[in-house]
Design a protein around this ligand. Sequence first.
Ligand code: MN
Length: 258
Amino acid sequence: MALILLTDDDGYQSPGLVALYEAMTNLGDVAVFAPDHNWSAAGHTKTMHKPLRAWDGKLPNGAKATITTGAPSDCVAMALLGLLPERPDLVVSGINLGANLGSDLTYSGTVAGAMEAVIGGVTAFSISIETTDSEADFSLAATVAGRLGDLILRMGMPPNTFLNVNVPNLPRQEVRGIQITRLGRRIYRDVLVRRIDPKGRPYYWIGGDVPTGIPEDGTDIGALANGYISVTPIRMDMTDYRFIESLRDWPLSEVLES
Ligand code: MN
């Protein structure tokens, strides 16, 4: 019987986590380690300067969960470092409310949950739906998660690699298929909003419109824009191998010259 560990950066009360839980129970035993609040855009957090708390709780569907004060990456770390008595066979992070595309991966708490798993040597995938509406229909994304989880358990994955999955917010009959993709280019429209607090001092919000992106064929952004489910294999090795050769032509020794 496989053991599957779930987390979700939207917190333990997220309907996306409940939908994921219900899909994964078909595959084996399911353990949940989830944050006590929303950590969206928390990135790959490692909490080091304050204590972490964890307690037994329940998801909104009544399923047992370990709830923690940590980020989703902390949740996975705590589970793998011994709070979960057995080593899981698979970690799934999601179903996140909102797509995680292109450079979003560096901001995403959802993706960080999968990253922490592969750092710990456990196969993983992250999964997101292209809407932030908590009333959304998660049934297609949940089905995809369950079947993909089954495939991963059967096929295995290379070490230090995970899958990042994005599901369009469309009825099943309007989804055109599933594409293997590379990361696309997000266009962020952030603005710095300056306001004044009651003591007359400025404070700031990073605001602005939701990001768009370049819907190039073959990318995650292109796949969603065309009504496909996107599956992107992601390596933890972020080395730019193509640039290594031209970097060798730089007079790098100059940085050491006195
Ligand atoms: Mn989120």
